[in-house]
Design a protein around this ligand. Structure first.
Ligand SMILES: Nc1ncnc2c1ncn2[C@@H]1O[C@H](COP(=O)(O)OP(=O)(O)OP(=O)(O)O)[C@@H](O)[C@H]1O
Ligand SMILES: [Mg+2]
Length: 255
């Protein structure tokens, strides 16, 4: 059975320029698109959401990259969990069965790199038709004590570990844009060399590299032969189009 991994950016479901502000209407709209696809299809689905204004400003404040901060780790995790609960409630209200999976409790890092990720519970959930909902989180790190693990890094890891066939990251832009703000249809390892100068971080606070971080993570996945898409989840119907396998946004591919 085919497995889809969908990331919804914090730029879509939160107001990234505010502090801990969710966009409830956007969460509900996307939940409805996901739930109606799930009713219609027997594909398995994993959802990952970004932290947006529930994680990036907090991670910046407690400077996890500069040193361990136990209180900061607690406060960041607690904040992203609030957003995760809102997503879970919305999905279940829309008629999808969804359960949370917190990376803090299932994952271990070494200098920011994933060295252990428990997927046993995720496998049972997807077999039972439940959507596991992961999120960008603070995660224990054997070297740094604690680090931020982005949703963008979770997707390639799970895609490989669970052999996903369709991978997508929805953000607040129509795809990766060129110097004239036109959507780049495809990015490969080769074309990235020329395009890189136009791909930047985020317009808001983003501790995980914004669009450049996202493209870099997905290019690494493409190098392993797994393609993915970056598209606009803020536009009505695009999440649904992606789920049904349509050609949306920018394709990140190895050739
Ligand atoms: N070449 C580019 N094409 C498209 N967006 C770009 C580009 N360069 C920089 N960006 C910025 O990247 C932003 C998207 O990345 P950002 O990390 O803010 O969103 P996200 O990953 O959806 O959110 P989160 O990290 O909270 O999950 C866009 O809103 C845009 O400002
Ligand atoms: Mg981001």
């Amino acid at each position: 059975m085919s497995l889809i991994i969908l990331k919804i950016g914090g730029s879509v479901i939160t107001e990234k320029s505010s502090l801990s502000k969710a966009r409830e209407a956007e969460i509900n709209r996307i939940s409805n698109e996901v739930a109606s696809f799930k009713k219609d299809s027997d594909s398995q689905l994993i959802l990952v959401h970004g932290a947006g204004s529930f994680g990036h400003p907090q991670a910046m404040k407690y400077r996890l990259n500069e040193g361990f901060d136990a209180k900061g780790a607690y406060l960041i995790h607690n904040s992203v969990k609030v957003l995760n609960s809102k997503v879970l409630e919305s999905l279940n209200n829309a008629g999808a069965n969804a359960l949370p999976v917190h990376p803090l409790s299932s994952c271990l890092l070494e200098n920011g790199k994933i060295i252990d990720f428990q997927v046993g519970q995720i496998k049972v959930m997807i077999e039972k038709g439940i959507i596991p909902v992961l999120h960008g989180d603070v995660v224990m790190d054997r070297i740094k004590g604690a680090s931020v693990l982005s949703g963008d890094r979770i997707i390639p890891h799970l895609a490989i570990a669970l052999n996903a066939s369709q991978i997508g990251a929805g953000s607040d832009v129509d795809g990766v844009l060129d110097d004239k703000d036109a959507v780049i249809k495809k990015i490969t390892h080769f074309s990235f060399v020329d395009m890189r100068k136009n791909i930047k971080g985020s317009g808001s606070t983003d501790v995980t590299g914004g669009m450049l971080g996202k493209v870099s993570e997905l290019l690494e996945l493409a190098n392993k032969g797994i393609s993915s898409r970056i598209f606009n989840a803020s536009r009505k119907g695009i999440v649904s189009s992606f789920l049904y396998g349509e050609d949306v946004g920018t394709l990140i591919s190895d050739k």
